[in-house]
Design a protein around this ligand. Structure first.
Ligand code: PHE
Length: 346
């Protein structure tokens, strides 16, 4: 019996030290689990020893039991410790990966920028404000009176058909141009006045590379004593020089607008194609840029201003088309398309 006990003691110690060595060498949770099953599991190595204890004398059984329980404890503890080491190593690896230096300066918020139309609008506002103009805002939903009647466009006049109107229930409409702000400006400011009115306008048109149902205009009006076409031309030249920052060929043609007399259309040489012809200028080399003229006496009268004492000029400008010319945009649909690949170029 004594010899058997000695063998048993030694086997238990060997099992214990062997297990500890395997645990120390294990590189994964799976390897640890394999050791646990083999040593501590049901039908595992320790279990085999426990089964042999029945063959021992009672006092030796107690001693061997102690030894076995001690080995079991030691192996369990070693397993737990190694597992914790794995968890800690994983945590450290993660901290290394996610480490952030909070003392570094921040990259700062990402900067946006203005839409090309907004930018030109802002530049024109600054320019005209510097020349004594007031910037006015008018409603996009207008009355028939402001959009047509007060601008000397009679009810049955063909000029109404020139601008295909979006009519609203109740007789109001989406303004077809910024000219109604002339009327509101005269009513509000009285003579003498210089006003600028940028804004969105709407026309019931089919959309193509140069037509949109919604686009931007800028309206200008100056009312004073003895305003002449020379004043008008001076302001138009100043404006175009500011927008294009280079010499642009322009041509002035007689133009018909019921609210001005005489009326003109100012074209600029197409900057998309340089005048050789493209879809934007409809192959003509020239692009209609603005309408202008001396304010018709009926319009002054409708605005509560005496045309015997005052006169003035007015102009209306396609801001959208101006942006296209300045930035070389060949399709109007890009401007309101909301495509960031387009917008981020400006
Ligand atoms: N309102 C005109 C248009 O929409 C432009 C214009 C404004 C013409 C002022 C003359 C004077 O085309």
């Amino acid at each position: 019996m004594g010899y058997f006990i000695l063998m048993l003691d030694q086997s238990i110690r060997e099992l214990e030290s062997g297990s500890l060595a395997r645990i120390a060498a294990a590189e994964s949770l799976e390897a640890l689990e394999a050791v646990r099953v083999e040593v501590l599991g049901r039908k595992g190595a320790l279990d085999q020893f426990f089964k042999q204890m029945g063959r021992l004398a009672p006092e030796e059984r107690a001693r061997a039991g102690k030894l076995l329980n001690g080995a079991k404890q030691t192996v369990e503890t070693a397993l737990e410790t190694r597992k914790r080491q794995f968890a800690e190593a994983a945590l450290h690896a993660r901290l290394d990966r996610e480490w952030v230096d909070l003392t570094l300066p921040s990259p700062g918020p990402r900067r946006g920028h203005f839409h090309p139309i907004t930018r030109i609008q802002g530049e024109l506002e600054d320019l005209f404000v510097s020349m004594g103009f007031t910037v006015l805002d008018g409603p996009e939903v207008e009355t028939e009176r402001h959009n047509f009647d007060a601008l000397n466009i009679p009810r049955d006049h063909p000029a109404r058909d020139m601008q295909d109107t979006f009519w609203l229930d109740g007789g109001n409409l989406l303004r077809t141009h910024t000219s109604p702000v002339q009327v509101r400006g005269m009513e509000r400011l009285g003579p003498p006045l210089r006003m600028l009115a940028p804004g969105r306008v709407f026309r019931n048109e089919s959309v193509d590379a140069c037509h949109e149902h919604t686009f931007y205009q800028i309206e200008g009006m100056m009312v004073d004593r003895e305003v002449s076409v020379a004043h008008l031309i001076y302001f138009m030249k100043t404006m175009l020089a500011a927008v294009f920052k280079r010499d642009v060929a322009v041509r002035l043609r007689p133009g018909y607008f019921p609210f001005v007399e005489p009326g003109f259309e100012l074209d600029i040489q197409c900057l998309i194609c340089g005048g050789s012809g493209c879809p934007v200028c409809k192959q003509s080399g020239w692009v209609e840029q603005l309408g202008c003229g001396l304010v018709h006496p009926n319009v002054l009268r409708a605005g509560g201003i005496d045309p015997e004492e005052w006169n003035g000029f007015a102009f209306g400008l396609g801001l959208t088309r101006l942006a296209m010319m300045r930035y070389g945009i060949d399709d109007i649909r890009h401007l309101q398309g909301g495509d960031l690949r387009f917008l981020e170029q400006f």
